[in-house]
Design a protein around this ligand. Structure first.
Ligand code: NDP
Ligand code: MG
Length: 332
């Protein structure tokens, strides 16, 4: 069984005299900095001057300074920058100010696991990865609960790395829901696999294929959209809340029998073999190499051609009209 912790298992005392620099004030930085501050920790925020986040962090009541200055002052440097710029900011501003006994902390393991950042031996390297977007991390904290996190220590120089990791996790509210121990390798490989094979990649491809199947058979695209895209959320909500069989028990008997017998005809052992290929490409570094090289060559344009393909797909055109019906005020 995985090792787990709850709020009562953890003390914030080891962090009481530590300064925590939150580097970046975006989706995670904003939420985590505010939660830690409200939990009574000494938080400062490191940003680039002139960026839009500086004013926001200041108006939220934080002490804001350059990334270099924040790293100089901090005992724990919590890097919440977009993943693809972490290596450059580390080289220019974090690394030069990372002295003995400090902790380098992350919410995602990629930079360390794939060696985009190579940190010295005389610091702690830790991770607290919330299993939800920043908005949820803040929202649930304010409701006196939290978003669960998975936590790991990659390098324990001070012997206090776990105190620091668990303290941060408690301070952002995650331990109220629960913490699960992981490793940097496990976090990044499972995270990438999930988003490629299942969550983003798998589900988008499944929805498109199902839509095409109905439309090519002569059904109206609007009806197809409702059936294969819109309703997916209702089912996923049931699976998240009640488990797979909990979902089956809450749909009609016809849906239950049809889904149980036809699902495996769609997602076959070939599909699973392909998932294994995708996982292998993550594990052996093929995907990392490809993504880094595409990003270096093309920046954010690396995915533009794929996005354009989907923009041109009928499901997106119909979808725009359909969503106007359901969310009349929204501007997409
Ligand atoms: P964001 O894209 O939201 O981070 C943007 C922030 O970084 C902004 O405050 C921006 O400042 C700042 N920034 C950008 N460039 C620089 C720079 N050169 N120097 C200083 N600050 C800079 O990141 P996320 O919150 O999405 O991700 C942060 C980490 O959390 C990542 O490792 C990610 O994998 C992980 N994570 C993210 C989750 C999520 O919900 N998004 C979930 C779990 C983990 P400005 O606005 O001024 O440009
Ligand atoms: Mg993920």
């Amino acid at each position: 069984m995985a090792k787990t912790w709850k709020d009562k298992d953890i003390s914030l005392d080891p962090l009481k005299n530590q300064t925590i620099a939150v580097i970046g004030y975006g989706i995670q930085g904003d939420a985590q900095a505010n939660n830690m501050k409200d939990s009574g920790l000494h938080v400062i925020v490191g940003l680039k001057k002139g960026g839009p986040s500086w004013k926001k962090a200041e108006s939220d009541g934080h002490t804001v300074m350059s990334v270099s200055d924040a790293c100089k002052k901090a005992d724990i440097i919590h890097v919440l920058l977009p993943d693809m710029i972490q290596s450059q900011v580390y080289k220019d501003e974090i690394g030069p100010n990372l002295s003995k006994g400090k902790a380098l902390s992350f919410s995602h393991a990629a930079a360390i696991h794939w060696k985009w950042i190579i940190a010295p031996d005389n610091v702690d390297i830790i991770m607290v990865a919330p299993k939800g977007p920043g908005s949820k991390v803040r929202e649930t904290y304010l409701e006196n609960f939290g978003t669960p996190s998975i936590v790991a220590v990659h390098q324990d120089f001070t012997g206090k790395a776990w105190d620091r990791t668990l303290g941060i996790a408690k301070a952002i509210g995650s331990a109220r829901a629960g913490l699960i121990q992981t490793t940097f390798q496990e976090e990044v490989e499972t995270d990438w696999f999930g988003e490629q094979a299942d969550l983003c990649g798998g589900s988008a491809s499944m929805v498109k294929a199902a839509f095409e199947t109905l439309v090519e058979a002569g059904y109206q695209p609007e009806i197809a959209y409702f059936e294969v895209l819109h309703e997916l959320k209702l089912i996923v909500d049931l699976i998240q809340r009640y488990g797979i069989n909990g979902m089956w028990r809450r749909v009609s008997e016809t849906a239950r029998y049809g889904g149980l017998t036809r699902g495996p005809m769609v997602m076959t052992s070939d599909t699973k073999d392909n998932m294994k290929k995708v996982l292998k490409m993550i594990q052996d570094g093929t995907f990392n190499k490809e993504w880094i090289s595409e990003y270096q060559k093309n920046g954010k344009d690396a995915f533009d051609k794929y996005m354009k393909e989907t923009d041109a797909h009928q499901i997106e055109k119909v979808g725009k009209q359909m969503r106007k019906m359901m969310w009349p005020d929204s501007t997409e």
